[in-house]
Design a protein around this ligand. Sequence first.
Ligand SMILES: Cc1ncc(COP(=O)(O)O)c(C=O)c1O
Length: 383
Amino acid sequence: MMNQTSYIEINKLAYSHNIKYLRRILGKDVRISSVVKGNVYGHGVDTIIPLAEKAKINHFSVFSANEALDVFKVASPKSDIMIMGYLSDEQLEWAIENEIEFYVFDLLRLQSAIDYAKKTGKPARIHIETETGFRRTGFEYPMLPEVVKLLKDNPDHIIFEGLCTHYAGAESIENHYRVVNQIVEYKRFLRYFTRNGLVPNYRHTAGSAASLTYPQTTMDMVRMGIAQYGFWPSQETYIHQFKKNQAKDSDLRRVISWKSCVMTVKEVGPGDFVGYGTSYMANKKLKVAIIPVGYTNGFSRSLSNSGRVLIHGKRVPVIGTVTMNTMSVNVTDIPNVQPGDEVVLVGKQKRLSISIASFSEMSNQLNYQTLARLPNNIPRYLV
Ligand SMILES: Cc1ncc(COP(=O)(O)O)c(C=O)c1O
């Protein structure tokens, strides 16, 4: 029975399969940090964290302190949590007190980290982010003397957990030159620290695409996001693995499915407009099923008149505009569609399947965006 208008299923076997595959590629010496920001790319903190820990993952990366708190509540006390982006001063104190790791990318934050570490009596576990060419956050090379001085002056208050950077699009060959330059730049930063007797516990630069395409970027730890959820970062990344390791499409398996049910069925006649406005007019007698999922549930309005869902193992088109809470699909050719019948928005039904990618291409979004838009209040179940 369905109490909510839709629900998400998380496939345990697919997840553990993906981790095994990625470990095989990375080798046993590379630590995997599971990137779980954006409510675990829409997969849900409560479902994925225990699953990841079962797969022996004990490091989680998030964007903000708020996300870190969500993970902190669910994760084992033995797991490490790392904030890669935003935290306020109050949250900085909370992070240090709770041994949460965090990125430091400017001198203000470095100084605050030292101040709060002194105040709480616990060392701050920091990752120094370097600006190698992504042009988002990170220390510029000329700032290093000051950074090094602060680290050296405060050995009791700082743990140099990591030296890191992020690549500007390792999933596409068009960024090859820029990425290779970033690798060179990162090494220059690393040399500066080591020359000054400061060796980070973890050198980490790669996400999914870099780790699958540029093996030299995996170093001590990889911040693995999208691939662990079963998505190749891009077609190019897949082709690269295919050429190098005879990868099969099934080496990464989609973990998420998204389902709903038919709310009601109605008939419309030739010449009738379906839904708001005039974007869809029936050209003959049609049977239409109403699905209780709309853009407030993460089914983009741009899928109006173009999205597809599965009912009774058949692919049926969205007709008319996706509204805030509903969409209409054309089920004229499917006999006996009844309220309560399963509707697959993402995933398999009988022999057919709807991928996040097909979704994304149609609505012109990336997988990342489609996933991250899935609202937190859709219930997630392990299957
Ligand atoms: C700093 C950083 N590292 C790693 C990742 C993980 O990337 P991916 O999902 O492509 O593996 C992200 C995600 O965007 C990120 O912002």
